[in-house]
Design a protein around this ligand. Structure first.
Ligand code: NAD
Ligand code: UD9
Length: 417
């Protein structure tokens, strides 16, 4: 079937309006689609409808406040009918068993079923384990009496946006669309057509599921390699970042940056989905995970060593997010480092202006209030780094030790004393 013979997509129901679903809903509404954003979080639904959301990317915030978006986007706690349903709900990891938790996907698909009509499209954007569409999603739709592929089109287009650069990436990242049929994937592409300025690649459902998991596993394993290099470097007392930079001058070498650990919603989670699918063949992947999970303990050890000469130091920990210039604390290595020091009996006070808003006005005011012996910068938020830079000499005069995991070697807190 030629693309122009596929039924139009005018009304889109986005189920799960969090980090992934909301930007899509905003983009579609801005481009004139009639969008219903469904979420079980009533506060979020109200905030979307009242336009009182605060997003940390300027262009997304502009969309939240746009009249056009307001006219075309309505949030609701229950689905409605529509031409296409996009599922963007969480797919967390059961921390005990390291297995995927599909309960949100199941309840989201179940919530759509009463509103489904022959001719509709369901597109899963959530990151899902291999064969989730075939073994979980398709049976749910078929139990509701629909023939998947004939009456209901099904696609999986995993989201690839990078937190911190969502507006740019939602438009310019190439899209992978797996479909149960050719018509399903081509029709799913129509969802993105209004704003996508990138290539679309078509495949089957399973390949799309695997592709997303492989992308994040690739990054996680490569960060683990950088971290392992940093651990090797420890014994030689060399700055491994400099060595990595030298190695990266090789035309086929591109080593990533070692750090205090790998956080976020995706990299610490998705590799386990592959492990769950095939435990025997994923030993490199799980070893890499374990290395990355170990890094906060390594970082805490470095801090302990750096403050060993101080008696009962009061440590002011700055930065609690999983990476700089975001307010997202999910699986944050910085929190794990602070927890480790806490558990060891250190007095640690934590602050992150990206997370706790106006808990302090200026860093100097906070330092005056807390009177720390050590300022430990765990996350290099641009603003915090600039503030600390300005305060170096004053802090040194007051005998405050400054440790920053942003120095030349990210695993060795640069000491200014
Ligand atoms: N955060 C990222 O960087 C990112 C990037 C790419 C892909 N992903 C994947 O996208 C999916 C969503 O992640 P996220 O970061 O947007 O999560 P999120 O927690 O920010 O948002 C998910 C939303 O779904 C809502 N929800 C849960 N169950 C629901 C239901 N049954 N019906 C309606 N709403 C429901 C929640 O209330 C929440 O608002 C996950 O599979 C994730 O792995 C995330
Ligand atoms: C393949 C890929 O790119 N996927 C991205 C990723 O987004 P993310 O924000 O989770 O990714 P990162 O920015 O890599 O950060 C993760 C953690 O790794 C630490 N880190 C990073 C680089 C490094 O050299 N050394 C490090 O130590 C960093 O501090 C942080 O804690 O998953 C999203 C959801 O699936 C994707 O959509 C998105 O495309």
């Amino acid at each position: 079937m030629a693309d122009d013979q596929l039924a139009a997509i005018d009304e889109v129901v986005v189920v799960g309006t969090g980090f992934v679903g909301l930007p899509l809903a905003l983009m579609l509404a801005e481009h004139g689609k009639q969008v219903v954003g469904v979420d079980i979080d009533e506060n979020l639904v109200d905030a979307i409808n009242d336009q009182t959301l605060h997003l940390d990317e300027e262009q997304l915030q502009t969309l939240v406040e746009s009249d056009r978006v307001n006219e075309h986007l309505e949030a609701s706690t229950t689905p409605r009918t529509g031409d296409a349903f996009v599922v963007s709900v969480p797919t967390p990891l059961d921390e005990q068993t390291k297995t995927p938790d599909l309960t949100y996907v199941v309840s989201a698909v179940e919530s759509i079923l009463p509103y489904l009509e022959a001719g509709d499209l369901i597109n899963i954007e959530s990151t899902i384990p291999p064969l989730t569409c075939e073994r979980t999603v398709i049976p749910l739709i078929e139990e509701a009496g629909f023939d998947v592929g004939e009456e209901i089109q099904l696609a999986h287009s995993p989201e690839r946006i990078l937190p911190g650069n969502v507006f740019e990436e939602i438009v310019h990242n190439d899209r992978i669309i797996g479909g149960v049929t050719e018509a399903s994937r081509r029709r799913a592409a129509k969802i993105y057509e209004p704003f996508l300025d990138a290539e679309t690649y078509y495949t089957d459902l399973l390949s799309a599921e695997l592709c997303k998991l492989m992308e994040n596993t690739f990054r996680d394993v490569n960060i683990a390699l950088a971290n392992e290099f940093a651990l090797v470097g420890e014994q030689f007392d060399v700055n491994m970042n400099e060595v990595i930079e030298l190695a990266n001058h090789h035309p086929r070498v591109d080593i990533l940056t070692p750090g205090i650990g790998v956080g976020g919603h995706c990299l610490p989670v998705d590799p386990w989905f592959l492990n769950d699918a095939n435990p025997e063949q994923t030993t490199l992947i799980t070893n890499a995970r374990r290395i990355n999970e170990r890094m906060p303990r390594v970082a805490a050890r470095k801090v302990r060593r750096a403050v060993a000469d101080l008696t009962d130091p009061h440590i002011l920990a700055l930065g609690l997010t999983y990476k700089p210039d975001t307010n997202d604390m999910r699986n944050s290595a910085a929190v794990a480092v602070a927890d480790d020091l806490d558990a060891d009996g250190y007095s640690v006070t934590r602050h992150d202006r990206y997370v706790d808003g106006d808990s302090y006005s200026t860093l100097s005011e906070l330092i005056e209030r807390e009177e720390p012996d050590v300022v430990l910068q765990l996350v290099p938020h641009t603003e915090t780094v600039a503030e600390l830079n300005r305060m170096y000499s004053d802090l040194r005069e007051d005998d405050v030790q400054i440790l920053q995991f942003t120095g030349e070697d990210p695993l060795d807190p640069t000491q200014h004393d």
